[in-house]
Design a protein around this ligand. Structure first.
Ligand SMILES: Nc1nc2c(c(=O)[nH]1)N=C([C@H](O)[C@@H](O)CO)CN2
Length: 118
């Protein structure tokens, strides 16, 4: 089963940074997320309660990331992956996390984590 729900360019304003000066400001983090989910029950019933609800998932991520201080983008990605796996029965997920202004000469930098079996 390779059905996927995705969320592209989910933007959070977070306390994120390895350095002291970053701890007094909020910076933009952008998530691209893919999650494998079996659509069969949702399609048969046309009932959103059988979906992996992208609105609910997005809000859960924003509530967490915007209210927790982090130093490393790696930590954000690991904790968001844990949050999603502990909340939903997601068989496989991929999180691409961008910190857009971190390197002036780069469009974006960040990390990618994957969890589960595709
Ligand atoms: N692999 C990483 N490298 C760097 C990180 C990080 O979280 N992961 N963070 C920083 C600083 O916070 C930087 O973004 C400040 O401009 C540097 N490298």
């Amino acid at each position: 089963m390779r059905d996927k729900v995705f969320i592209h360019e989910l933007t959070a304003f977070a306390s994120i940074g390895a350095y002291e000066w970053e701890h007094t400001i909020k910076q933009r983090l952008v998530f691209n997320i893919e999650m494998v989910w079996d659509f069969t029950q949702a399609v048969e019933s046309e009932d959103v309660s059988f979906c992996l609800n992208y609105a609910e998932v997005s809000q859960k991520i924003l509530d967490f990331v915007e209210n927790t201080p982090f130093k490393l983008v790696e930590t954000v990605a690991y904790k968001v992956a844990d949050l999603l796996q502990n909340t939903y029965k997601i068989q496989w997920l991929r999180i691409e996390l961008h910190k857009p202004k971190a390197v002036a000469q780069a469009a974006s930098v960040g990390v990618i984590v994957e969890r589960g079996n595709a």
